[in-house]
Design a protein around this ligand. Sequence first.
Ligand SMILES: Cc1ncc(COP(=O)(O)O)c(C=O)c1O
Length: 417
Amino acid sequence: MMNAPSQSLSRRSFLGAAGVSATVLAPGRAKGLTGSEIEARAAGREVAEFGISMWDLDTPALLVDLDALDANIATMARTTAANGIAPRPHAKTHKCPAIARLQLEAGALGISVAKVSEAQALFDHGIDRLLLTTSNVTPFKIRRAMGLAKQCPGFIQTTDTEANARALSEAAVAAGIDADVTVDVDPGGHRTGITPGEPALRLAQLVDQLPGLTLRGILCYDGGSQHVKGFEKRKAQTLGRLAAAADTCERMRASGLDTGIFSGGGTGSYNIDHETPGFTDVQCGSYVFMDAQYLEIGGATDPDVYTDFQPSLTILATVLNAQYEGRATTDAGAKACTINRPWAIVKGESGMSYTSGSDEFGTIRYEDPSRVYKVGDKLELIVSHCDPVVNLYDRMYAVRGGLVEAVWPIAARGMSA
Ligand SMILES: Cc1ncc(COP(=O)(O)O)c(C=O)c1O
């Protein structure tokens, strides 16, 4: 994938500044340590004490750069606080209790989750302020969610139909609890949520009245606006599509209903959503890691590259074949990178593109390359789309200055039910 010259220049300089070039840190020999070998060596001691270079890891491996991760969490905390709202970061992105803890320590109101199994996995690892942003429609899932609500008073669910609200009420009464519930309002994309205005207001009134349920407010996540290219265009669309939910929220407030939560938004709109009256918190997910999809959308300060957050998540890959002109083959294909577009980006390098269409193999194609790889060389890839990539790995290596500081289990990996 080639960019227009001005785009590729500014994107390259940003990526160069954000990342450490592979040539600087590449070790003389690769020890090829797996996650379990590192855990066995550490045997209760801090992994950081061993001074393991990330370049010695077996590949493909998922890495998170702690300096970039910390900076992203701090930027989100600072910006939302300045705008009078707060983050409620979405764990669908990282699925990792260690990162959820960092987000909560930085002032997040709670952690958003996409599935009840994801919520349970995080709760089992000590995260106890959870907002489930997807409604449950089957009796089994509703029972499961009420079971979690019984263990975790900080668990909030959502609903988008009257029939579903009645089912939640029956299950809550059967479980002997009062369950916190929000009303999911459709921003116009028709993916989930009830129509704003009268239908949403009626549903909120019903939730408020049903036994076993406590109304906490509304959700309105506008996925269709997050990747709109260009800040002003994204802002106009986001605010335009949140207006009906804001009106609903105001009508709820005026009729005495709880509007303590008006949650939505994401990485693309985190510095826009607060302009909507009544809005309380942003369910930002990708900002912790960033990815090639988000880098393309442009921000308030740079129209070509979204520089608000740094790419912290990379895949470490090894070159398997370098004997053919103009290309090299790596061990990171679709099973390590997914086949999302735009393709992954070779970090810290320029004049080359990457594709991961084959199951087990990735392909580097040279155009005007900043370097050429040999067999056995390792390289880092900025991921295409962070959420599905994380879901391919059991653990991520937390790295600072090129050294492995911790191995973090991706505890909710595969929790898609
Ligand atoms: C309901 C909901 N909220 C928040 C997010 C987070 O979005 P992002 O990763 O763009 O920050 C998503 C992502 O798909 C989502 O589905």
